[in-house]
Structures are given as C-alpha cells and as structure tokens.
Design a protein around this ligand. Structure first.
Ligand SMILES: Nc1nc2c(ncn2[C@@H]2O[C@H](COP(=O)(O)OP(=O)(O)OP(=O)(O)O)[C@@H](O)[C@H]2O)c(=O)[nH]1
Ligand SMILES: [Mg+2]
Length: 446
C-alpha cells in the first residue's frame, strides 16, 4: 500500500522507543514529534495532528502503568490505541432482515470509484454467501452501463440497467422489480454533473424515491484531507450512513483522507486498495493501525483465509495457537496464501513478515517459496515435526535431496523460527497487548 511510507515512519518512531535504554519524558517527547512529522507528511490535518499528539503525550507521561507491563510497552500501547481511535469507531456490518432485501446506494463525485466498488462490494457480499444484484443508475455517462456490465459479468452477478434511459429513479424502480429475491442490491449512481449542486440534487431525489437502507459515500483517498469538505457537503444533503475510501494503494495522502473522514464521525466501512475486484477490505481501525505499524495482522489474514475457502481445520488452528507449529504447518500456510491474491500483499499480513523485508526480496518471495517447498518435501516426517533434530548431517542430506544450497535451508529454518516465535508471542500477549512486533523489531524486549 502506498500508506507504506506513513507506516514505516510511524514504525521508525516506535522503534526508537524500543531501542532507547530508558523511557523517560525526553523519549516520549521525541516520539510525539516523530509521530507528528509522519502524520503531517501523510496530509493529516494540523489540528487533528495536534489533538492526537497531545493525547499521546499526556497519557504516556501521566497514566499509571498497569501492573505486568513495562513503561515501554505502555507507551506503545498508548500510541496504538490513540491511532486506532483517530481512525474512528469499528463499523457495524450491514444488518439483513430475513425476507427483505437490503438496498445499498453508492454516491460520490465523478471518478471517485463508485462503479468499480459496486462490483467489488457485490463480490464481497457474494463471497459471504449472499444473493447479490447490482443496478446501474448512472444515466448520464455514456458507457457507464457497459462498464458495470463488464464488471458484473466477470463475477457472475446479475445486473439491471438501461443504457437508453434518462431517469435514474425509474431505472432503479424497474431494477428492484427484477430482483425480488435478492439479499442485497447495490445501486451505482452517476457522478458526472456540471456542478456539484446538481449531483447533490439528484442524489437527494434518488434517496427519497428509493429509500435505500444505507447510503454509502465513495471518496477518493488521493484527495487527502479535502475529503472532509466532501463528506460534509454530501452528509448535509443526505445523511450518509457509511463511507468507502478508495485508491489507498496509490496515495501518499491516504492517512489524511482517512483521518479527515473519521473526524466527521461517519464510519468508514470499507477501503479500496487497487483496481481489481478483490481489492477491497472491511475497514477496522485497530487492524488497520496494526498493519500500518507492521504488527502482522492475524485477524485480517484469518478472514482472508476463510474467504478463500481454505479449510484450516479448527483442531489444527488450535494446535498452532497453542504453540505446536511445525514445518508442515508453515508449508501449508504458504500454500494457502498462494491462492489468495498478490503474494506480496498477503505476505505482509503474516505475523513477523510485515516489516523489514525489502521490496526486492518480497518480489522474489514467490521463487523462494518454491525452493522452500522442495526443501520441506525433502525432509523426513520427524524433521518436519521438530526441526530441532536437523543436525549437520541431516542438513547435508536435505540439501542434496532438494538440489539446493545450505544457505537456502538455513534461511528457511530461520524463517520458521521467526514465525513460530511470533505465534508464541501472540498467544502470550493475547488480551493484553495487541502489539506483536514485526521482523526487525527487537523481539526480546522485557
Ligand atoms: N488504483 C486504484 N484505482 C481505482 C480504485 N478504485 C477505482 N479506481 C480507478 O478509478 C477510476 C474511476 O473509477 P470508477 O469506478 O469508474 O469511478 P466512478 O465513481 O464510477 O466514476 P463516474 O461514474 O464517472 O462518476 C477507474 O479507472 C478505476 O479503475 C482503487 O481502489 N485503486
Ligand atoms: Mg461510475
């Protein structure tokens, strides 16, 4: 994600806290200054930056450190919590009433990503097992219907629209008749108008006529803190139920957009992170911050695994979380993530893999994975179960068997130890501190 830069500057700021020999007022002040700089660079509004820094500083310096955690950990926890709060409440998922269809209407200015995200959302809910349809209510832009038709066909979602129609209200009414037994109908609206006022007028009319269960505003994340004005203008016209911030893959100003929108109090429900139909994520502030800071986001990963319909038997998941993580498990984990989309993105969600891996390494990761696969295949069951038994003679046999080098085998084992350690840490800290630390973090802090 292009929020990478924000992530890595925040990460660097926190790393200093880990490295400093004492955590005192000076450390906290420096941390706060570093965070300010990082946020400002991501186009976060100055007032918002001052607000969050004040809270972090106050809590970090004055709050009593709870028993069982160090001051160092407490400071990090405060940063994590405040950043999470900064990005708003955890959004409520849509509530379906049985037997009733849920109408979700997308609104937003031209080019914000409505049509693309109508398809992404359709796919998202389809994968959750719902019966989905889309309606093209953009009667202005030539080609709007064809664009949505193409996208909908690709994901096998029925579409209603009429490229010749002039009145979006009629189109939607017709469309709703076509889809009596759907769980959710997503309405894509026009963004192309001479003036914003006209667009807003149409949106109001549509809202009155259709009575959608939820109006979701689509905002282009690349506009940074200007998102605030846009969200406010729309909200004043029609109460916006939720927000979807798009193009966070291509923007250094995403932090600005997200924080500005969160400041309006409207919940950000989803973020768009690419042009492909899978590039959508439910937005959950705590997870998002976790990943931004390189904490390796187990929850998101697990959700993706579930979505990709990779069955990790519950027994096995439990075994892994209880500390029994073998090379076979690692192998399966890598295999599983392979089918889950751009490898680099998925890899970043694995614990301990999120930071400190240079880009070129991530890019060759797929090739490396293939070598690791062969190496693990060349091992005996007892070695896969307990890699500690791999001594130098066993090591040589594996190298020969896999037709690889000693370096590769060592690297694989190192990676294994690291992932295992991360999983153990997650287990130990469960419910205490959501902070896992990424690769490159001093993991042996007290
Ligand atoms: N990189 C990236 N591109 C996106 C994303 N969402 C949309 N786009 C691109 O942005 C452009 C505009 O997207 P549309 O979905 O057509 O926008 P729209 O809001 O429907 O536009 P109008 O119908 O003209 O109002 C397209 O080229 C999309 O591929 C995203 O999350 N990331
Ligand atoms: Mg469109």
């Amino acid at each position: 994600m292009a929020l990478d830069r924000l992530g890595s500057s925040l990460y660097d700021a926190i790393k200093k806290v880990f490295k400093s020999s004492v955590v005192d007022e000076a450390t906290v002040k420096e941390l706060v200054r570093d965070i300010q700089r990082a946020l400002l660079q991501a186009d976060v509004n100055v007032q918002l930056v001052l607000g969050i820094s004040k809270r972090i500083e106050e809590r970090a310096l004055n709050e009593k450190v709870p028993p069982g955690i160090s001051r160092r950990e407490h400071v990090i926890k405060v940063v994590y919590e405040e950043l999470t709060r900064f990005l708003g409440e955890k959004p409520v998922p849509i509530q379906l009433e049985s037997g009733k269809k849920f109408i979700l209407m997308l609104v937003g200015i031209q080019g914000s990503g409505k049509t693309t995200h109508a398809a992404k959302l359709a796919r998202y809910y389809q994968k959750k097992g719902l019966k989905v349809a889309v309606i093209c209510a953009d009667t202005y832009r030539p080609g709007a219907y064809a664009q949505l038709q193409q996208l909908a066909a690709r994901i096998n979602v029925p579409l209603y629209g009429d490229p010749k129609a002039k009145d979006p209200v009629k189109v939607v009414a017709q469309g709703l008749k076509q889809f009596p037994d759907k769980d959710i109908v997503i309405v894509d609206t026009a963004g192309r108008h001479k003036e914003e006022q006209e667009l807003i007028k149409e949106m109001k009319n549509l809202e009155k006529a259709i009575r959608p269960n939820e109006v979701m505003m689509v905002i282009d994340g690349t506009i940074g803190q200007q998102a605030l004005v846009q969200a406010k203008t729309f909200h004043e016209a029609t109460p916006i139920g939720s927000i979807l911030v798009t193009k966070l893959d291509g923007s250094a100003r995403g932090g600005g957009a997200l924080s500005a929108v969160a400041a309006t109090g409207a919940p950000i429900k989803f973020i768009g992170t690419g042009e492909k139909v899978e590039d959508i994520e439910q937005f959950i502030p705590s997870r998002f911050v976790g990943r931004l800071l390189g904490m390796g986001d187990m929850e998101t990963l697990l959700e993706k695994v579930k979505e990709a319909e990779i069955k990790v038997p519950e027994k096995k998941a439990k075994a892994i979380m209880s500390g029994k993580f073998t090379l076979t498990d690692m192998y399966e984990q890598f295999e599983a993530v392979k089918g889950m989309g751009p490898f680099k993105k998925v890899l970043q969600m694995l614990p301990g893999m999120s930071r400190g891996i240079p880009d070129e390494m991530l890019n060759t990761a797929e090739g490396r994975l293939e070598r690791w696969r062969v190496i693990i295949q060349s091992m005996r069951p007892e070695e896969k179960d307990n890699p500690k038994v791999i001594n130098s003679s066993r090591g040589r046999r594996i190298v020969r068997g896999a037709g690889t080098t000693e370096k590769d085998v060592k690297e694989l084992l190192k990676q294994y130890v690291m992932m295992r350690r991360m999983l153990m840490m997650m287990r130990r800290k469960k419910g205490k501190l959501p902070f896992m630390g990424g690769q490159g973090f001093p993991t042996d802090f007290k």
